[in-house]
Structure formats: C-alpha cells, structure tokens
Design a protein around this ligand. Sequence first.
Ligand code: UDP
Length: 380
Amino acid sequence: MKQYDYLIVGGGLFGATFAHLARKHGKTCLLIDKRPQLGGNLYCEEQHGICVHKYGAHIFHTSNKKVWDFVNALVPFNRYTNSPVALYEGTMYNLPFNMNTFYQMWGCKTPAEAEAKIAEQKQQVVDAMRAQGVTTPRNLEEQALCLVGRDIYEKLIKGYTEKQWGRPCTELPAFIIKRLPVRMVYDNNYFNDAYQGIPIGGYNKLTEALLDGIDCKVNEDFFARRDYWENLADKVVFTGPIDEYYHYCYGKLQYRTVRFEEEVHETPNFQGCALVNYTERSVPYTRIIEHKHFSSFGEEVYSNPRTVISKEFSTEWTEGSEPFYPINDEANTLLADKYRALAAQETKVIFGGRLAEYKYYDMAPVIEQVFNHPEVLSWA
Ligand code: UDP
C-alpha cells in the first residue's frame, strides 16, 4: 500500500479537476507543481486592486451545462462577454468576423451585400484550388480566404496569425482559424457558446475551490526526484510535457510561448475593452490585455483611477521558457503521435491536459476531458 492513490504532477486545470473529483470519490491525492503557485496558466495576481491574468487572457466559455454548473458550484462567475476588437493601421474592426466587421471593411449594410462581397473575394482562391483538383482548404490561408475573402485575410488574419505562430499561414492547419465564428448578424460576442464568464474574484478562487482538502506541494520538480515521487502513489497523473516524461527519446516537440510586458497606467480606462488585437505585422506584440475589463463593467471601470495592461509577445519556445501552445504542423503532430503511442501502453500513468496531450485546449474541454476519463468513470 502506497501513501496516496494518485500523485498528480501539475496544478493546472486538468490536475486540479482530477484531484477534486478523486477526493469526492474517497481517493487520496498528492499534487505537486514546480511553480511557486498553483492554478497553472489560470494563475492571477492582484495588482493595484486589479486581478491580472499572469499567463494571458482566460475567458471561460462552454455550451456544456454540466461543466458550467460544476464550475459555478465552486465559485460564482460574472457576466463578462468577450468582444475583442482588432486594430489595423489605425482602423478598428469588430471581431469575430460579423456584420459590424463587414460594414467597417466594405460598407456592407445587409447580409446579402456581405455574402456577395465574400463570394467575389474568394473566387480567385476557389478557382486556384479547383484547378489543382482540391475541394477542401489545405491550410490556414486557403481556409481563411474561403471563409472571409482576401481583404479580411490580409488585414485581420495574416499578420496576426504569422506573429502568433511564427510560421506562414500556408504552413498552418486550417482548423486554427475555424475556431473563429463568421456571422452574418451584428453580434460582437466572440464565442458561440451558451455560457461564458470569469470567476468573481479571479481564477485563483476556482483553483482554491478545486484543491480544497488536497495535499499540495509547490516548488517541487517531479523530474528532480522522480523515483521518490512515483513511490508515494499507486498511480501518476502527469500533466507536464509528454516528450519530457519520456526523456525526449524521439526528440523535442515544439511550442509557441507567450511573453507579457506589464504596464501600470494612471488612467482609469486605457483601451475601453479587455482585448485589442494588433493585426499588422509591424507591431511587435499580438495584443494588449487591459485586465480590469474582465471584472468591472460600465461605470465600475472608473472606480479605480489606475489600470494594468499586458502587451503579449509570441515567440518560439526555448529551453527554460514556458511552453504555451502546441504547434499543430505536420512534423510536430507526427512526433506527438509517437509519444502518444508510448503513453497508450501505460497502465499506471494518466496523461492529461494541454502539455501532456500536446493539444490546443480551451478550459471547458479540459474539464470535460477529466469528467470523461476512463479512470474517473471507473470510480462511479
Ligand atoms: N486570429 C486572427 N486574427 C485575430 C484573432 C485571431 O487571425 O484578430 C486567428 C489566429 O490565427 C488565431 C486563431 O484565429 O490563432 C484563433 O484565435 P483565438 O482567439 O481563438 O486564439 P487564442 O487566443 O484563444 O489562442
């Protein structure tokens, strides 16, 4: 008999949700994290009375009522609705691509006018694809051109995407851009989901509620004392990078990493919304986050005379920096598949979350993944 049923490596959303459910089912867990705090990339820090998303903007959104009820039972959520804007060469455009954007871009006032404009703009790429016997877009560029036409692609997608991913749009998979809705209605809500919001008091409240009653240790690196940690529990839940778990035996997976430059401004309202995307190539950052807008609305914004902003810079991951986004190109996908094949043979190790699955995950699907994990289902 070992001391714990589960050793959980990583205190992000997968690990914390797993620990929470395990405890509910009478299982014992020890959770370790190499960072000095828990919550993974959800971690927030209070600065000048403002809750700062230290690892970038996190907006919880889902259509899964079970997931929404689960998180709301732990901490109440506010009514934040994500409505970012894009700034391109001095002109603002609404996102996601909707009738407001089409009006700003082309002066189109009706859906019929916008549809005609997109049809006209995408004709060239459709013809080129047809000439090559291709019916479905092969990469992000073709996909974007087919969805919204050349003007929007050139002004709002190409520069932003190439800055974010550090690769040409022709080498990126089509699915990345399919995350963004295209709407023939005047609706700037970025998500199509039934529910969205941010925990009142910030994400640390959610982490604390998930980990209530769990033995946790921070500043502990699993790899520094692997045998010691593994001997403490019957099974390991590993949420770190899958290639590191296997000592990079097939080589290193690549990631994009994000770096933030925080600034405090002596103004109550810097940009009027939480997110402004800078979609042209020449601006070095991809977006500016103004944190107070995640939790204060309308006149409340003015109750604090200061504001905290973060400029977000996207760079290629290097040893020692935080891995953020898996790269979904062919080489990395094939490499990740080889590691996944190793993971599939494990009987005492559970791999979960963005880094261990090498998957571009939003928050709600991570929770769903825990709910539906065979290990979790086996406790029922
Ligand atoms: N995107 C874009 N222009 C924008 C916002 C997004 O071209 O102003 C593209 C970009 O390729 C990005 C993808 O849409 O990778 C998905 O955007 P989303 O906001 O979902 O990315 P997240 O910030 O959640 O990673």
